[in-house]
Design a protein around this ligand. Structure first.
Ligand code: SF4
Ligand code: SF4
Length: 415
């Protein structure tokens, strides 16, 4: 098992960073496909984006390509298709749109490609192609359209009622009515992985932090945005921002990697919603409290061998790799064993980008490969910092062969 890699990569810009390009223009995310049309063809179709360099045991990196088993499903093929439609050599069709939706936008491929323009911006055009598919009526996929309708009515993609959103909240959780800090629970922790919401609230209470949960909280819009439905996603985002600003919230803690990325990055950088609210993912918050001495961890060792799964939306999309590991390493009795594909090279769990709802077989294929890789480390548990990854692992683990846990649940056990 490898831990620290000696390979140097180009810095990941994610799909969303405002970036200085050579002519000093500021490139806004998902800019018109026209902007990139000379770049697509720089792709040499070398196939490097299919595998992790110098990785022998778990070399493959693209769930879409490995499942689809055809060049179109890898980034190289998508680049060629994007170039072809952008130069009118290929017409849009349902089949073409489906190829682009059969991808979790995990960005593992962009990490492998070392052509700077592709490495830095391919995530932009993977998203731009989805936006274009929606504009032309070829997207989203029917299952994604269905959950979007439900989000617009009931503020969650799980076909649940909004009025049940806080059903998980136990009476012993103490909230402060005028707190400036909010816990943004997210849809998955509210309706599916409620243990994460309870553990996070209990940690905040034990730290004696003044916080509150807003009953006006709505889906962050990530499942809508990630499927190319930008206008609808922006409208949802505006409602969330208004509710949190009206409530006087100055800081938000998130449980879900998707909520974090969406609030911190998509809202201001894509939707132009400069909310000015500080957005912190739970592991960042926990590490800060550990470093300040406010979070005290029991010295009672409960031995547990774990491995850590990097969620794409905090990892490659936002650059959070070390904070969760730093928290885990501070828990007595925890032995962290890295999977071969870790950090920038982590294999996606297969739940994001609308894939789980529309392409269930691909989604399970990706999850099962990650679970196998985790089991190979001999870890007893696969730990992550995202309830969506957690739920995906739980749904795919067979015969309790390995546990799946969220970092919050592990920390709650030892404070
Ligand atoms: S995207 Fe990069 S790594 Fe992939 S085929 Fe094209 S040039 Fe090669
Ligand atoms: S974003 Fe992920 S699933 Fe999509 S082509 Fe790249 S590696 Fe494959």
């Amino acid at each position: 098992m490898s831990d620290e890699k000696s390979i140097e990569y180009l810095e990941c810009k994610g799909i969303s960073k405002l970036t200085n390009v050579a002519n000093q223009e500021i490139l806004e995310r998902n800019e018109n496909l026209e902007y990139y049309k000379d770049i697509f063809y720089q792709c040499g179709k070398c196939g490097t984006c299919r595998t992790v360099y110098q990785q022998n045991k778990w070399p493959r990196i693209c769930p879409s390509g490995e499942f689809g088993k055809f060049e179109a499903y890898y980034l190289g093929g998508k680049n060629l298709l994007t170039w072809a439609v952008s130069t009118d050599k290929l017409k849009w069709s349902e089949k073409l749109a489906k190829i682009f939706y059969q991808c979790s936008v995990c960005l593992a491929c962009t990490q492998q490609c070392q052509i700077p323009e592709i490495h830095n911006y391919a995530g932009e055009w993977l998203m731009a192609m989805r936006e274009k598919a929606v504009q032309l009526g070829f997207g989203p996929m029917p299952e994604q359209a269905k959950y979007t309708e439900h989000i617009l009515k009931e503020n969650n993609p799980y076909m649940e009622n909004h009025e049940d959103r806080l059903n998980w909240l136990p009476s012993h959780i103490k909230q402060t009515p005028d707190a400036k800090l909010a816990y943004f629970v997210g849809c998955t922790s509210s309706y599916r992985e409620q243990g994460v919401a309870i553990a996070t609230s209990e940690i905040l209470n034990s730290l004696q932090v003044d916080f509150r949960i807003l009953k006006e909280e709505k889906c962050c819009s990530s499942p809508v945005y990630m499927t190319g439905q930008t206008e609808k996603a922006k409208k949802i985002a505006e409602k969330n921002v208004k509710a949190f600003k009206d409530a006087g919230i100055e800081k938000i803690i998130t449980s879900c990697a998707g909520c974090y990325r969406t609030w911190k990055d998509t809202y201001p950088n894509k939707f132009g919603l400069d909310h000015g609210i500080e957005i912190v993912h739970l592991p960042e918050f926990l590490l800060e409290k550990l470093n300040s001495g406010e979070l005290k961890i029991s010295n009672n060792k409960t031995p547990l061998k774990i491995t850590y799964h990097d969620p794409c939306h905090i990892g490659r999309h936002m650059g959070i790799y070390e904070q969760p590991r730093d928290v885990l390493k501070r828990i007595p009795g925890i032995e962290l064993i890295e999977m071969d594909r870790n950090r920038q090279n982590a294999w996606c769990c297969g739940s994001g980008g609308g894939v789980r709802s529309a392409f269930n077989e691909l989604s399970s294929f990706a999850a099962n490969e990650r679970i196998e890789e985790a089991k190979m480390t001999t870890a007893e548990a696969i730990v992550s910092c995202c309830p969506f990854c957690l739920n995906q692992f739980k749904n795919n683990i067979k015969n309790n062969e390995i546990q799946a846990l969220d970092l919050s649940e592990l920390v709650k056990r030892v404070i």
